[in-house]
Design a protein around this ligand. Sequence first.
Ligand code: MG
Length: 388
Amino acid sequence: MPTCTALIVAAGRGNRFGGPLPKQYAILNGQPVLRHTLLAYRAAPEIGAIRVVIAPGDEGFYAAASRDLRLSSPVLGGASRQQSVLKGLEALAEDEPELVAIHDAARPFVRPADITACLTAAAATGIDGAVLGVPLADTVKRTDREGAVAETVPRANLWRAQTPQVFRFAPLLAAHRAVASLAEAEATALTDDAAVAERAGLKVVMVAGSEDNRKITTTDDLRRATAVETRTAFGFDVHGFSPGDAVMLCGVAVPHTQALAGHSDADVALHALTDALLGTIGAGDIGQHFPPSDPQWRGVSSDRFLHRAVDLVAARGGRIVHLDLTLVCEAPRIGPHREAMVASIARIAAVSPDRVSVKATTTEGLGFTGRREGIAAQAVATVEIPRS
Ligand code: MG
């Protein structure tokens, strides 16, 4: 196998990304995106050296992302991706590898086996370059300026190009040098390195890769790429009856011959749900966040408590998957109010009602609920949170 250097292009400013860091340095599953990419290239046995092109000013981010990998110093990029690649190629010219594998830093999921496949294809006799890509599965339409369909483009033999794009080094450097003197409009029309190579008449082939090798362009892409774990936790609460004419359950006032006694509105259901949610992120219990000794919580509506737990889960990047509640009492009857209760919980927790379940049971006259001394509630919350 000929010598091959990987040129990782990390010089973009990522205007579409909108996060606090450029996307290639954003943290994905505990590590900068660029580091995932570097580790993939380290795992491809045919890659002899790795060189990264970064934007001036990003040296600190780069140092953190490449820590302990003992790479050569980064190359400072130019105003466009094309100029950055040319600067990277010029920096490699001294060692002149036989092949160069150009890769976008923001494609961290590239499989080492696919890097190898591109190298092998590019090294074949009579071939100058190989591009990893995916055959187009969707039907392709061309529209006019008003958005009306002008043509259905036959999709046979159409591909979406990814990186790596592997080329024989010397002809690719010559092709990029030739493009550097073009007018801007002509140069920007060449949207990848293969287009630069094709313009120079080089023979480039496609290599079938994977949809997993997607590019992280927006914060939404980053969120979707984040590995999550599912957590489940339990909540339990009891309130005793006191004189009154309604009980608050799930934020719904249910007419009854008694009320529930408690410091707040004594909504035993929302209290159990709050504790279950707090449990999923190990954030203590409701009494810790809203001490009964604190007069500011006297008579307060318990949706405040559930809101707090929902906010804490959201602050961890979590998503509520399901909330399941069982009310235990002889009376009042829950059935007539179940739908309103589901809707109320869904509203407070900002989830769709199909992610909420309200059930009721009695204890067949046994125990304190059987003696109609109060109501018990059990809740189970299931959330997805980013793996730490
Ligand atoms: Mg309580």
